[in-house]
Design a protein around this ligand. Structure first.
Ligand code: GDP
Length: 231
């Protein structure tokens, strides 16, 4: 199956849904530099268009994913903050790009989830435009974390997202989320197949991740740290 399938994304307004997982962190402190970096995350601002973003002078790592893939839970897990990624979750509220500051002109960027049903065409088009332009044009964007449910990776909308971003040549790291929902063997098979499909793109890596089981945190942190704090 080709990676770059053409369907249009349905990006936009969240529906009522279950809250993201937010577990009390067993890590009060940690000597690892990346944990310190991500734990610093503080809500900075929301934007519903590119013009509302801060000037692109800093360094950004963006999180994207299909609605319900586990993106908010992953952000909360990685930053050790139980409610950081709740801000955009109010049902019925227009979805936004949310920036979290990591200090010194570094930002985590929580992009609007895509694939929501029943989104008015006008709003869907607005977010399709904002998301694609952000991914293609944002000079401060260093790399993209894409959250995909380990049971349904590389959906047509995930492929559309990659189609926009891969031509930039910037790196993509896929978190195959909810790995706890599969047996170890099934999860490993899903990871193998995603890695095989992305192998043609030298800039793509992938790993298993579970907010519930706190699996894959160090691996993901190391990737983000390398993008944010290049040696
Ligand atoms: P988002 O829409 O991508 O931000 O997804 P959320 O983080 O809100 O998660 C969607 C649903 O998946 C919620 O019901 C979460 O509790 C659940 N979820 C998220 N991460 C995990 C995980 O690692 N394991 C399991 N079993 N459920 C998860």
């Amino acid at each position: 199956m080709p990676l770059l399938a053409p369907p249009l994304p349905s990006v936009c307004r969240p529906q009522a849904k279950l809250a993201p997982i937010s577990f009390a962190s067993p890590f009060a402190s940690h000597p690892n530099r990346s944990m310190t970096l991500l734990q610093q995350a503080k809500f900075f601002k929301s934007a519903d268009r590119l013009g509302d973003l801060p000037a692109p002078s800093g360094v950004e790592v963006a999180f994207a994913g299909r609605s319900n893939a586990g993106k908010s839970s992953a952000i909360n897990t990685l930053t050790r903050q139980n409610r950081l990624a709740f801000v955009s979750k109010t049902p019925g509220r227009t979805q936004l790009i949310n920036l979290f500051s990591l200090g010194e002109d570094r930002f985590l960027v929580d992009l609007p989830g895509y694939g929501y049903a029943d989104v008015p065409e006008r709003i869907r088009r607005h977010w399709q435009d904002v998301l694609s332009r952000y991914l293609i044009e944002r000079p401060s964007l260093q790399g993209l974390i894409v959250i995909m449910d380990v049971r349904h990776p590389l959906t047509p909308l995930d492929r559309q997202l990659l189609e926009w971003f891969l031509p930039t040549g910037k790196p993509v790291h896929v978190l195959l989320s909810k790995a706890d929902k599969l047996t170890r063997q099934q999860a490993a098979a899903s990871l193998r197949s995603v890695r095989a499909e992305l192998a043609a793109y030298g800039q793509c890596t992938a790993q298993l991740f579970s907010s519930l089981k706190r699996q894959g945190i160090e691996e993901a942190e190391a990737v983000i740290r390398a993008w944010m704090l290049p040696a």
